[in-house]
Write a protein that binds this ligand. Structure first.
Ligand SMILES: Cc1cc2nc3c(=O)[nH]c(=O)nc-3n(C[C@H](O)[C@H](O)[C@H](O)COP(=O)(O)OP(=O)(O)OC[C@H]3O[C@@H](n4cnc5c(N)ncnc54)[C@H](O)[C@@H]3O)c2cc1C
Length: 456
């Protein structure tokens, strides 16, 4: 029990709002998009800036409180909310400043993708972020950052040139290629394991308009479409990113959709490149058109309203082999929920794969196909059957998967899965954890455990 006077002193000391059980706004502040997560922090500190984050870390240390860090709250594992501890809520930290001459942006870590894209696009600039605008920039970037610009410009974290981090001892460190280089290496890929990022500086690129959208096929055509995608992906230039999978339209029609985005400077070149996709097998709908980059980034938003239950299985594929295609096709359209995206692929190529595994903490540079079953449903009574189906689907696909998974798509599956998400960089990350967080103060994440000091 923390003395009430100490709690009050802390609440008075921070510039942002604080919320305890019973306070107005407490329940909405602890609610995140994944309805599977229903946790009750002892306090939520809605930080106004880095000084509040430092105060949170020091207060939690002094009183031995568990902390969680909330960026956009989109972690499917729900790691941004803890029971009984202190939730460091960054959602009010939305400062953003574009430097158009240097083509960089400094962004506070409570921003969501849509907010970030809107500000950088005011200058005709952008950097790689994900494809659903309500996702937080910070969790997405610190874990990786797949998105429409990835083949041309790398992952979101490949574009980070600096980060301010509050470490477990309450220091505010600047990390970049010249200062605290080891921390700079580690925060790019280790999620929230090494500290609280309070702002991120990114490299920007000239972007837009783009040619993008999706083509839809009846789900019964999954096999043919995947064979086509495998061949089509072979010749794709860096300007194009494709992803696709099985899902249901609002009227219940089950489809296999392939989304594409061309971000090059000549839309007519984009038309030629995407032509084979748009013509293959007479799609039942072709929703590809020229649009602003901001429009493209919100193309999928309506499919992901908050408040639904979400459970995800994900791994990279060894290869999109004939046998893998056969198995994916067997499971496509079979989810018990009409809101699921399963199975679903992302094609990773271009700039993202030209970065060495040792360049940042993100290890998955060698695989072309990331696969997931993103199961989504509304009624809590349907949880058991949807989770079971997702696991069975994944067991059927297991022979075609590699062990490693993209950390941002991992549900809460324990230590072995978290470890495989950091792959070849795990041991180096343990060394950094020993240095920056030896007591595992930051452990509401896919955790990298520090090594216990050797007994004297
Ligand atoms: C609908 C939907 C669409 C998605 N689309 C994409 C996509 O296109 N591309 C892609 O790569 N990923 C995508 N993701 C996955 C996404 O990258 C992760 O869910 C990511 O964790 C979201 O970041 P967040 O800040 O919203 O999450 P949060 O839940 O707030 O945080 C996730 C993790 O990061 C930690 N964290 C957050 N902010 C900080 C910080 N500032 N400092 C230190 N640690 C921090 C948290 O403690 C937690 O462990 C999507 C997820 C959803 C639900």
């Amino acid at each position: 029990m923390i003395p009430q006077s100490a709690v009050q002193k802390f609440r008075d000391s921070i510039r942002g709002q604080s919320l305890c059980p019973g306070d107005q706004g407490y329940d909405s502040a602890r609610t995140i998009p994944n309805a599977m997560i229903n946790r009750r922090p002892a306090m939520i500190a809605r930080c106004a800036g880095a000084a509040d984050v430092i105060a949170c870390v020091l207060f939690a240390r002094e009183h031995d409180l568990l902390v969680s860090i909330r960026g956009g709250g989109h972690s499917v594992a729900g790691k941004s909310v803890c029971d009984d501890g202190l939730m460091i809520d960054l959602s009010a930290m939305k400062g953003i400043r574009v430097d158009p001459a240097r083509r960089t942006v400094r962004a506070e870590t409570g921003l969501k993708l849509g907010e970030f894209d809107r500000e950088t696009q005011a200058f005709g600039l952008a950097t790689t972020l994900g494809v659903v605008p309500t996702t937080g920039i910070s969790g997405l970037t610190l874990g990786g950052g797949f998105g429409n610009l990835m083949a041309k410009h790398g992952l979101a974290l490949d574009n980070v040139i600096g980060v301010d981090v509050v470490t477990a001892d309450g220091r505010l460190l600047t990390a970049n290629a010249r200062e605290n280089e080891d921390l700079f290496w580690g925060v790019r890929g280790s999620g929230g394991n090494l500290g609280v990022a309070t702002s991120l500086e990114y490299r920007l690129h000239e972007v837009g308009p783009v040619l993008g959208g999706a083509v839809l096929y009846p789900v019964a055509k999954t096999k043919e479409v995947l064979h086509f995608c495998r061949e089509f992906a072979e010749g794709l230039p860096d300007e194009v990113v494709i992803q696709g999978g099985a899902f249901s339209l609002p009227d219940g029609t089950q489809v296999f959709g392939v989304a594409a985005c061309y971000c090059g400077s000549s839309l007519s070149a984009g038309e030629r490149i995407l032509h084979p996709l748009r013509k293959f097998g007479s799609p039942m709908a072709d929703m590809i058109s020229a649009m602003s980059y901001v429009q493209m980034q919100s193309f999928f938003e309506a499919f992901f309203p908050p408040g639904r239950h979400t459970y995800v299985k994900s791994n990279f594929l060894q290869a999109l082999s004939d046998e893998a295609i056969e198995t994916i096709a067997q499971w496509a359209g079979k989810s018990p929920s009409p809101y699921s995206f399963a199975p679903f692929f992302e094609h990773w190529h271009g700039a993202v794969r030209r970065v060495a595994v040792s360049e940042s903490a993100f290890p998955h540079r060698q695989h072309s196909w990331n696969l997931f079953a993103w199961s989504v449903w509304i009624d809590p009574d349907d949880s058991e059957k949807n989770i079971r189906w997702t696991r069975e689907c994944w067991e059927a696909l297991r022979p075609f998967l590699v062990g490693g998974a993209y950390v941002n798509y991992v549900s809460d599956e324990g230590e072995a899965v978290a470890r495989s998400a950091y792959g070849a960089n795990y041991d180096r990350l343990v060394a950094l954890k020993n240095k920056y967080d030896p007591t595992n103060f930051f452990r509401m994440n896919h955790n990298i455990k520090p090594m216990a000091p050797a007994a004297a």
